[in-house]
Structures are given as C-alpha cells and as structure tokens.
Design a protein around this ligand. Structure first.
Ligand SMILES: Nc1ncnc2c1ncn2[C@@H]1O[C@H](COP(=O)(O)OP(=O)(O)OP(=O)(O)O)[C@@H](O)[C@H]1O
Ligand SMILES: [Mg+2]
Length: 351
C-alpha cells in the first residue's frame, strides 16, 4: 500500500516563522517512516510554497533556507500542492498559518490538514473575539478593552486616562492576533502605557488591554481521543522574567515548567482541566489545542490564551504533557494525523 504523503508545512509569513521552523523540523524528524512518507514544504515570507530537500530544514533560520531556495528547492504552485502531498501537517504559527488562511487554501484544494477549520482557527488567533465567545459560554476571562488604532490616534489622552482609571497599574497590552508573546507588554505606569499601545499597534490595527492577573499560570494541551477532547497533564509555568516572554519560551533553560504542577491543589487541577476542555469545545477547536490561563488565589480559573495550534519543538508543552501520558513524539504526531483523517472524512462542507 502506498504510504500517505504528509507535507509538513513550515516557515510562513508571520512573526513566528522561526518558531514554526523549530516545530516543523521536529515534526518532520519524528514522523513514523513506517506509516508515512514525509515531505518538507517551506512557505517563504511572500507566501510561496517550495518542496525542499530534508537537508535544508536543518538550517538555523528561515532566512538561511530562503537564500538557498532558488538553487536547491522546487517551487510549487498552490494547485500543484495536490500533486506533492495527500495530507498537510500545518506547522505554521501565527498570521496566515494558524488563523484560517492556510486552512481555507487547503479546503479549496481538498487536502485534509491538522487542527481545526477556518472559523475555529481564526477564533483561536483573535484574543478579543475569543473572549466574547468564552464569556458567553460562562467561562472566566480577564477583564479587557479593545482599543482600535483610529481611536488611539484621535483621542490618545482620554483613552489612556480611561484605561488607567479602569485597570490601574500594572496592566497588560497586547496585539489581538499574535503569539509567542510578540507585542505583549507588562505596563507599569502611564508612560509605559503609551509605549505598550504603540508596540501592540506595530502588529495589528487594534490593541487589547487587559487587567493584570496575579496567580499561577498554567498550560493545558487538549487532545481528542476517538472524537472526545481530553486534557493531558497540566503544566505550571514559573517564568524567570516578570511574565512568560519570548525568551522564556524558547531559550534553553530559561523558564521552569512543572508537569504536573507543584503549586496548585489536586481538586483545582481537575477543575482547570474541565474548564480547558470547555474552552476548547466553545471555540470549535478540533483534534488538539493548547489552553492557557491563570489559577487565582481566590480559586477562580481564568482562560487568557486559547490556541488552536501549539509549538512542537522538543521541549514544548505538547511533548512534555504527552510524555506524562506515555506517548512518544512519534505517537502523538501520528495521533494528530489519524484524528484529522477521521475529522475530514466526516465533514460536510469545509471543516
Ligand atoms: N492578563 C494577564 N495577566 C498576567 N499575565 C499575563 C496576562 N496576559 C498575558 N500575560 C503573560 O504574558 C504571556 C504572553 O501572553 P499571551 O499568552 O496572551 O500571549 P501569546 O503571544 O498568545 O502567547 P502564546 O505563545 O502562548 O500563544 C503569558 O504567558 C503571561 O505570562
Ligand atoms: Mg497565543
């Protein structure tokens, strides 16, 4: 029997393309060769697709790969993707890759892919809209205000004052649609508020301003098992910085993560898992996802960051939590493919 040609799509157009490269090459390396025929598909920063030889994915940066594409890779058209692969393992992060854009393209091509469909992917990326949906489902989220760029440019003084009055300091500013803590600022005073808003506006046309949460931060990977979403063992995050920054996330040895958590009581752990599954379902996520949030001293559980995709580097939450369930990376990657094949067989219209 012919093996399923699994295209691992990596790189991409977003600020997280280096994170994607790290995830994607780890997925590529761990794909079970007995069951699948892995193909590396690189998306460059202009959204063009390339079939790249596996040797290229060991390059340090997407820039290194991009410089070698003309000589060593083969350009493929969007429609040509169908001739190259039978299945897309989306290892892209951030805009255009995690937010429904690539999912829409794959729907048009009739190719099954990992993770949820267009709408849930878009919801997973948009922190403002997802909060509205979670609130409506009775799930706790931080108090927040969305400030659009036009409002900030025309009424900056009044807006800044209203935000300071509403939340006090510190507070958080973030672009509604980014990941890896890019554009996120912990704001401690009025001057920093201006810098935080401007930083967020580099990445989007609006900024989400949130109350500052003091509590234990957790991350919960949800994995579907025969269509049932289940939370794996939770991870407690204790960042070295004031919050969980880009460097804390990706620099080796920077941040301590405890799976299972050390500082959260057992009954609360079960409640957090239930809440994470509820958030997963409310947003329409499929197959897997990562739900992040805070457990507050008064016992409340607030969901701050539901993600429809998750980093898949060796030290990621994803593989750390899967290991607690006795699953090797190759097993859990295989599960994502098998989940997706069933989900796509069952769909009626785009996922
Ligand atoms: N309201 C808040 N109160 C306290 N800390 C916060 C708050 N919002 C964000 N943080 C801190 O900032 C970090 C990054 O924020 P957030 O999770 O919203 O960003 P992200 O870019 O979507 O991250 P990810 O890479 O997990 O997708 C969090 O992990 C947390 O440590
Ligand atoms: Mg996120």
């Amino acid at each position: 029997m012919e093996k399923l040609r699994v295209g691992v799509i990596l790189g991409g157009m977003s600020s997280e393309r280096e994170v994607s490269l790290n995830s994607g090459r780890n997925v590529f390396d761990n794909l079970d060769r007995e069951a699948y025929d892995p193909r590396a598909i690189f998306m460059d920063d202009g959204g063009r697709l390339w079939a790249i030889p596996w040797q290229l994915i060991s390059q340090n940066t997407t820039k290194d790969i991009s410089e070698r594409l003309e000589a060593e890779a083969r350009r493929i058209s969007y429609e040509g993707l169908r001739d190259e692969i039978d299945f897309a393992f989306i290892s892209l992060h951030g805009k255009y890759g995690e937010d429904g854009c690539v999912q829409g393209l794959l729907e048009l091509l009739g190719l099954p892919y990992t993770g949820p469909g267009v709408l849930a992917s878009a919801l997973g990326m948009d922190k403002h809209i997802q909060q509205a949906i979670l609130r409506a489902a009775g799930i706790g989220v931080p108090a927040s205000v969305l400030v659009r760029e036009e409002q900030w440019r025309t009424e900056r003084g009044a807006t800044a004052k209203a935000l300071a009055d509403r939340f006090g300091f510190p507070l958080f500013t973030k672009p509604p649609r980014e990941g890896s803590s890019i554009g996120v600022t912990l704001v401690r005073d009025a001057e920093a508020l201006v810098r935080g808003v401007e930083e967020a506006l580099r990445w989007d046309r609006a900024v989400l301003v949130e109350e500052y949460l003091r509590g234990k931060e957790f991350s919960s990977i949800i994995l579907e098992e025969e269509g049932e979403p289940r939370a794996l063992e939770l991870t407690e995050i204790t960042p070295q910085s004031d919050y969980f920054t880009y460097d804390d996330k990706y620099m080796p040895g920077r941040c301590r993560k405890f799976t299972p958590p050390r500082g959260i009581p057992a009954d609360a752990l079960e409640a957090i898992k239930r809440e994470a599954v509820r958030a997963f379902v409310a947003l329409g996520f499929r197959s897997y996802g990562r739900i992040d949030g805070f457990y507050l001293p008064d016992g409340r559980i607030l969901i701050t960051d539901p993600n429809s995709a998750s980093g898949m580097a060796p030290s990621s939450f994803f593989f750390e939590q899967a290991a607690c369930a006795g699953m090797l990376p190759a097993m859990v990657i295989g599960r994502l493919i098998e989940n997706a094949l069933v989900i796509h067989r069952q769909k009626n219209g785009p996922l």
